[in-house]
Design a protein around this ligand. Structure first.
Ligand code: NDP
Ligand SMILES: CC(C)CCC[C@@H](C)[C@H]1CC=C2C3=C(CC[C@@]21C)[C@@]1(C)CC[C@H](O)C[C@@H]1CC3
Length: 417
């Protein structure tokens, strides 16, 4: 099929980049899982061994994973406290989304507590991470293939701007359809927040329980990592509506990148610090722990402050909390904040997120690079994401965006970048 003229510029290095990422991302995840439990725990060295199929493939792990997805899907379908409308689509319609992610987190926590009381062997989970991650990768591949085939029957207006290049590998990777749904069940919205994020805190908890069994009690470092990451996940689910304005929901199709990212990458690589701590206990004194808590609190304050300020402003610019902020008008009728958090740098929320990422790694000490993988990957992801967002904003707002860039010259770190 010839490329269509309305095609957006190719991203991620085009079809070749997409093909490389299709293999590289799962390989990196498996590498991290193997290295985290190995003695030397070298991020850049070879893995301790190459796992055979018998170490990766387990029907029990696949069943567990499918059961987990089924449970989260059932919780998604429960009555919601609120139903939110998404951004306007090309055909001027708006989709509706249930806001019950936090409820799903609380109900999952209740089920876990009941399960633990009934003898659920949650501390056995860390020993199954490898086959579970493999099962999640296979599921993401099959799921993305089904989504790709489903998109063949979708009208052109339902396709994502970047997912109709005509190259099957590129479109499979980026995702063709913007909002694939069966009736009101929205696959992308469901996957973005629930199974992966809640799965991440569950894996962290299982690692904490196993550490308690191994060493008598969880270490202070393990408590901090669990606490910080639980706060991050609970915050995302509490503010679930905010995800409706992210580029993942409004711009990107649902393909392998997000399916794998949501179902496999987030739970199995974002829990890397807790995995590392289980196998490499780190001493952490109270003064250092307090300094790390302060860093996480500052990061969270900036992250939440910036995200809430923008969300409040986008919902209702006359809200008294934002009405006094200075703005730039744009030809679309929307305005851009140019004071408050958004007058400090053009992505203050990324700055807060990066400070928190650092606070999640510091409890793991300075002896290994491995627990710093998250902040290295995350810096690359946010720098790339920021560049994609700038391109989209320049297209949307034209000269007003250039004026914003002139008045707020730094992107993420004041006076540095
Ligand atoms: N942990 C993880 O793996 C990840 C976390 N994140 C986090 O998720 C959150 C959402 O991030 P993301 O979706 O990338 O982007 P943002 O929340 O930063 O949203 C960018 C959008 O905000 C609007 N905007 C930009 N500047 C202004 C301004 N001055 N005034 C008003 N509106 C403005 C524009 O959209 P419009 O004008 O159309 O409203 C722009 O497209 C962030 O906190 C990020 O750190 C993101 C990715 C991965
Ligand atoms: C596999 C690739 C390397 C890329 C995968 C990217 C995804 C893991 C991320 C893309 C955007 C995300 C967002 C979040 C989690 C990670 C993914 C899915 C949040 C839900 C994290 C919590 C925040 O409060 C909101 C974020 C929105 C974007």
């Amino acid at each position: 099929m010839a490329p269509q003229s309305s095609q957006a510029p190719l991203e991620f290095g085009g079809p070749l980049g997409a093909a490389v990422l299709l293999l590289l991302l799962p390989a990196t995840m498996i590498h991290l899982l193997l290295v985290a439990r190995s003695g030397p725990a070298r991020l850049l060295g070879p893995p301790p061994y190459l796992p055979g199929l018998e170490a990766l493939w387990s029907p029990r792990a696949l069943l567990l994973l499918l059961g987990w997805l089924g449970l989260q899907a059932a919780l998604y379908l429960l009555p919601a406290r609120q139903v939110a409308e998404g951004q306007e689509l090309k055909d001027k319609s708006r989709l509706r989304y249930p806001i019950n992610g936090f409820q799903a987190l609380v109900l999952t926590a209740l089920l876990v507590v009941l399960g633990l009381a009934a003898g659920l062997p949650l501390r056995a989970l860390p020993d199954m991470l490898l086959p579970l991650a493999f099962a999640a990768t296979l599921t993401a591949f099959v799921f993305s293939l089904l989504l790709y085939l489903k998109a063949q029957a979708a009208p052109a207006s339902a396709l994502a701007p970047g997912g109709k290049s005509g190259n099957p590998i590129y479109d499979f990777f980026l995702g063709r359809e913007l909002n694939p749904r069966i009736y009101s069940f929205d696959f992308k919205y469901f996957c973005e927040l629930r199974p992966g994020l809640i799965g991440w805190v569950l894996i962290n908890l299982a690692l904490l329980l196993q550490e308690a069994e191994l060493r008598g009690s969880p270490s202070l470092a393990m408590w901090l990592v669990n606490g910080f990451q639980l706060l991050y996940v609970a915050d995302a689910l509490w503010n679930e509506e905010a995800v409706l304005t992210t580029m993942d929901i409004t711009h990107d199709g649902f393909g392998f990148m997000l399916a794998f990212g949501d179902l496999a990458w987030v739970p199995f690589t974002y829990s890397l610090q807790a995995q590392f701590l289980l196998h490499h206990p780190q001493p952490l004194g109270l003064p250092m722990a307090s300094a790390i808590c302060l860093l996480n609190a500052v990061g969270y304050y900036i992250f939440r402050g910036a995200n809430s300020q923008k969300n409040t402003f986008r919902k209702n610019p006359s809200d008294p909390r934002v009405a006094d902020l200075e703005t730039i008008p744009t030809a679309t009728g929307r305005r851009l904040l140019v004071s408050g958090w958004w007058g400090m740098v053009r992505h203050p929320n990324y700055l807060g997120d990066l400070l928190m990422a650092l606070a999640w790694s510091l409890p793991c000490g300075l002896s290994h690079l491995l627990p710093y993988f998250y902040i290295i990957y995350f810096t690359a992801l946010l720098v790339h994401r920021e560049a994609r967002d700038e391109r989209q904003c320049l297209q949307k707002y034209g000269r007003a965006w250039l004026e914003y860039c002139r008045r707020v010259p730094h992107r993420i770190v004041p006076y540095v970048y």
